[in-house]
Design a protein around this ligand. Structure first.
Ligand SMILES: Cc1ncc(COP(=O)(O)O)c(C=O)c1O
Length: 483
């Protein structure tokens, strides 16, 4: 017999608040366990003597409960034992609550976006979707050594500061000041579960339902979903070859105040363009005048190939309007969920207070491991190596596109990042092409995925970092075959 333990404490006596007699409580608990599948048809119940002993009741009380269950058809009495009736329908008895869906309403918005489910093709499908790093090249040995050391540090196994692990915050502060021109101290850095976690925290702290928030169009659907979930009313602002059209933003402002603007100025998602210097200055000035928070998502700063990386908006922000979101998803691995946000101290404190009532602090040991890699310069070295790798892959993709696609599509080499924005010949339909390509074993994102209104765009976005040169060539051959 499978071992079964009586599930609840019995309530007895005049002060227990329990009006059911003890034998009925016993029957009720057994009935509930049969319903939820802890006891299955054919299972033997414990002998009345031993159950009575373990519950501290008289044996007759247990026998009364067993008689009641038998009378109701839940159990059958056999020669020397009582068993759960074998003719009870097993499926309903074992069904869990989640099978049936909730017996209550969810607060909106809870419908998944059209692209939120992962698509997959036949086995061996090569993915040019998203902008993932090559997960085969993650420095797992270094990371696991550092993680093992962190696990041996008892302080990292307890509760900690809602800002996150102190050494990681210090290391990130140093990295930001050395390479991105941001003078931030450790207490202005809050470590989050990815930059998505940072945006969620910022949105919940900053926004009130109905606040208007400007976003890039085309842009990043995951960010839109997060902002909407916090009650924002999104205002799409068009993007061109110099990034977000700030003149269009000014037109939006004439229609009503904006509380925030979310954008990706370094490598615009998905077009990869870098926002021009005059537009940056104008944007910062508008934000100052109108008290708009700029949520700057700089998700792949290290991977810039043409000249030096452009300094973030946050590096030129005397009026304190920018909240800067970063991530280790691209230079290390997205599955580790390490991102961060930095900005004016008061705002970071407010974010920390909010974080304290969400997940508390994040994974301190993992954060310490990442801190060690940064302190020893190992992560920076890995990022430099990957930059060379991805640069070679960008060239390989460009060569393959030229070789296999001919005049069907055109592109500019992206100045940085991990993906390329392909413009299609007007005779081609991006979605039809992407669907056919998937059947031939290559996954690409059609332009509609990035359009604010879900309209078709004559583009494909090709992430090239996760595949090596040979795979990229094969992926583009398959794309060409799908034409
Ligand atoms: C625009 C943008 N922001 C941020 C991220 C990184 O998200 P996270 O740090 O949550 O992994 C990505 C990853 O694809 C992205 O495309």
């Amino acid at each position: 017999m499978r071992s079964w333990t009586f599930p609840v404490a019995l309530q007895a006596g005049p002060n227990s608040g329990q009006r059911n007699p003890v034998f009925q409580q016993i029957a009720q608990a057994i009935r509930a366990d049969i319903r939820r599948g802890r006891l299955r048809p054919g299972d033997a119940l414990p002998g009345s003597r031993s159950l009575a002993q373990s519950l501290g009741v008289h044996r007759n009380t247990v026998l009364a409960a067993y008689r009641e269950l038998e009378a109701e058809g839940w159990t059958t009495a056999e020669q020397r034992s009582t068993r759960v009736a074998s003719d009870l329908p097993e499926a309903p008895a074992r069904r869990t609550r989640t099978d049936r869906g909730p017996g209550y309403d969810l607060a909106p918005p809870h419908t998944p976006g059209p692209w939120s489910s992962l698509r997959s093709g036949p086995p061996g499908t090569l993915s040019l979707s998203g902008g993932l790093p090559d997960l085969r090249l993650v420095p797992t040995d270094l990371l696991s050594r550092a993680f093992r050391r962190a696990l041996r540090t008892p302080a990292l196994l307890g509760y900690g500061n809602p800002l996150g692990e102190a050494r990681l915050r210090a290391a990130l502060g140093l990295l930001l000041s050395e390479t991105r021109g941001l003078a931030v101290s450790a207490d202005q850095v809050l470590v989050t579960p990815g930059s998505q976690g940072a945006l969620d925290l910022v949105a919940r702290t900053l926004l009130r339902p109905g606040d208007r928030v400007a976003v890039e169009d085309p842009g990043y659907e995951s960010a839109w979903a997060t902002l909407r979930a916090a009650g924002a009313e999104l205002v799409p602002v068009p993007v061109d070859g110099a990034g977000l059209q700030v003149e269009a933003l000014e037109a939006c402002l004439r229609q009503g105040p904006l509380r925030a603007i979310y954008l990706t100025p370094h490598h615009q998602y998905p077009t990869t363009v870098t926002m021009s210097a005059p537009r940056r200055l104008r944007l910062l000035e508008l934000a100052r005048q109108h008290r708009i928070a700029i949520l700057e998502d700089d998700y792949d700063n290290e991977f810039h190939f043409e000249g030096r990386p452009v300094l973030p908006l946050a590096g030129d922000d005397p009026s304190g309007v920018v909240l800067y979101l970063g991530t280790l998803s691209k230079i290390l691995a997205p599955g580790l969920r390490i991102g961060f946000v930095t900005g004016p101290r008061v705002v970071v404190e407010a974010l920390a207070a909010r974080r304290a009532i969400a997940d508390g602090q994040g994974n301190l040991a993992l954060q310490r491991a990442a801190a060690e890699l940064l302190e020893e310069g190992l992560l920076q070295r890995h990022a430099r190596k990957m930059r060379r790798t991805y640069l070679a892959r960008r060239s390989a993709l460009a060569t393959a596109l030229g070789r296999h696609l001919g005049g069907s599509a055109s592109f500019e080499l992206p100045p940085g990042g991990m993906s390329l924005w392909l413009r299609l010949d007007p005779s081609l339909d991006a979605e039809t092409w992407a669907n056919r390509a998937l059947r031939l074993g290559v996954l690409v994102d059609p332009g509609r995925r990035f359009d604010f209104h879900g309209r078709p765009l004559p583009n494909l976005r090709l992430g090239y970092a996760a595949l090596d040169e040979r795979e990229l060539d094969e992926a583009v051959r398959r794309l060409a075959r799908a034409l």
